[in-house]
Design a protein around this ligand. Structure first.
Ligand SMILES: Cc1ncc(COP(=O)(O)O)c(C=O)c1O
Length: 484
């Protein structure tokens, strides 16, 4: 196993997967990893580096795309025959030389890559023409003053528009002055964690399971992270309130628990809010995919119930594209320091993009896009869920509910992903790796978890057209039953 430095010299601030990819690329170009040699399993690297296995898998995917690695059915991931050679590499992924002809001739990469990452919307349906029109309007509207000295809290026009949008759609009464524009939920979480730490906070509570980056960001900012289990009613608030540990903030996904998918039960909402008020605990609501509801009525935002206690986070990453890089946080006056923090790690999105988003929402572009996407995603979800279910019913082994092959679990009535629990005894990590080798990027449920729990896959369906649902489901099924 190569000597993998979690914080390589080449990019302390780069995302974790970029650092891992850089380290392995170095090992390859300097000949320490030789053509045909197997790279260590993602599990081993993840354990050694103390990072999520998903991150390692992302790094391997990056290197496959660059032609340095190839996936081989049955023998894992190996170094390509004649990988692109360079002594310098970027800290951010950049287009690299394509895989050499001999590498692809000896072992072609999977013919088609299905990306079932739960965070990814279908960017092929990005509304290019209405966004272009919004950009044009932004270029007309933006003032010289904004171009010279953009408001560090975010463009007033966008904050004003978002206040109206969140009032209309999420029932929140908001003063635009209480909104701060960021580059997305990730950036908002980083900003909050940093402020918490600077004000003496020591411990935060998060849902278990939860979005893997959340714990990484909190821990990276010096906060102790406490996981609170999730059950059918969402995060187990009774465990939190009866616990003896002092926590300074609690991060929740009350509308659509990530990744399990249920809303936070009504009774728990009240208890959580009362407890937080009494103890002076900050509640952070991550409303990461609030726009997508299919079979149930919209669930109100927690921030609408407790505007005095909840810091609310959203972004356009799921609704539009993570590449646009615009998010927001709305805070009660008591946490107003979040609005004025002068030195956010990630900075502001471009003033033109902020203006364009404001204009796009005002002109009805956002509503139209969401209506179209909701229909599209609902069809894709139905197709994938039914393909998985029919595959499971043909092959299921036996019956204790959750141990049936292909059980499609909670979380399907909203969002962009579903959960497929795996049969007992099946190694989730092996299934994830086999899916990748066969051409599908999937996320393992245990990457989201801190404590023990059932094995499963978190399957984003936004990029699986109905016509491909059967193929993807077969691929996942084969990867699950394979005994390689
Ligand atoms: C629950 C959850 N919150 C936040 C994010 C990140 O959001 P953003 O792209 O706005 O940083 C993700 C996924 O990437 C997520 O799954």
């Amino acid at each position: 196993m190569p000597d993998v430095a979690p914080h390589g010299l080449d990019g302390r601030s780069a995302p974790a997967y970029v650092r891992v990819a850089n380290t392995f690329r170095d090992q390859i170009v300097t000949g320490r990893l030789r053509p045909g040699e197997q790279v260590p399993p993602t599990r081993t690297v993840a354990e050694e580096m103390g990072i999520s296995r998903w991150v390692v898998a992302q790094a391997y995917d990056q290197l496959k795309a660059e032609g340095y690695l190839i996936g081989r059915m049955g023998s894992g991931t190996v170094v390509a025959d004649t990988p692109a050679r360079s002594s310098v590499h970027p800290t951010q992924p950049e287009p690299q030389a394509p895989p050499s002809a001999s590498a692809s001739a000896s072992e072609p990469p999977p013919p088609h890559l299905f990306d079932l990452s739960p965070a990814l919307p279908d960017v092929t349906s990005f509304p290019r023409s209405s966004w272009r029109a919004a950009l044009n309007r932004a270029l007309v509207d933006v003032t010289d003053a904004e171009l010279a000295h953009p408001d560090q809290q975010g463009a007033p026009a966008l904050r004003h528009t978002l206040a109206g949008y969140l009032r209309r759609v999420r029932g929140m009464e908001l003063d635009p002055d209480r909104i701060r524009i960021t580059q997305g939920v990730r950036a908002s979480v980083a900003l909050i964690c940093r402020q918490l730490r600077e004000h003496g906070a020591r411990r935060v509570a998060i849902e278990d399971p939860s979005w893997p980056r959340l714990a990484e960001i909190a821990a990276g900012n010096g906060l102790e992270v406490m996981g609170v289990p999730v059950d059918d009613g969402g995060v187990r608030v009774p465990d939190l309130v009866s616990g003896s540990h002092r926590v300074d903030a609690v991060f929740v996904t009350p509308t659509h628990q990530f990744p399990m998918g249920m809303p936070l039960a009504a009774g728990r909402r009240g208890t959580l809010i009362e407890w937080a008020r009494t103890r002076g605990v900050m509640i952070v609501e991550d409303d990461y995919d609030a726009e997508f509801r299919y079979d149930r009525l919209p669930v109100g935002a927690l921030a609408a119930l407790a505007p005095d206690q909840v810091v609310y986070l959203g972004s356009v990453s799921k609704s539009l594209s993570p590449g646009v890089g615009v998010g927001w946080l709305a805070t009660p006056p008591r946490f107003a320091g979040l609005l004025t923090e002068r030195n956010p790690v990630d900075g502001l999105p471009s003033i033109i993009d902020q203006r364009a988003l404001a204009s796009w929402i005002e002109h009805g572009g956002y509503d139209r896009h969401l209506r179209r996407q909701r229909r599209r995603y609902q069809r894709r979800r139905d197709a994938l869920a039914s393909a998985l279910t029919s595959m499971a019913s043909k092959t299921s082994v036996t019956a204790d509910g959750t141990s049936l092959l292909g059980t499609v679990a909670t979380g399907m009535d909203a969002g962009l992903h579903l959960i497929r629990l795996l049969p007992e005894g099946v190694d989730e990590g092996d299934v994830v790796v086999r899916c990748r080798a066969a051409g599908a990027i999937v996320m393992g449920l245990s990457d989201c978890r801190r404590g023990p729990g059932p094995a499963g896959l978190v399957l984003g369906y936004a990029n699986v057209p109905e016509s491909q649902a059967q193929t993807v489901s077969q691929l996942i099924h084969n990867s699950t039953v394979s005994t390689d």
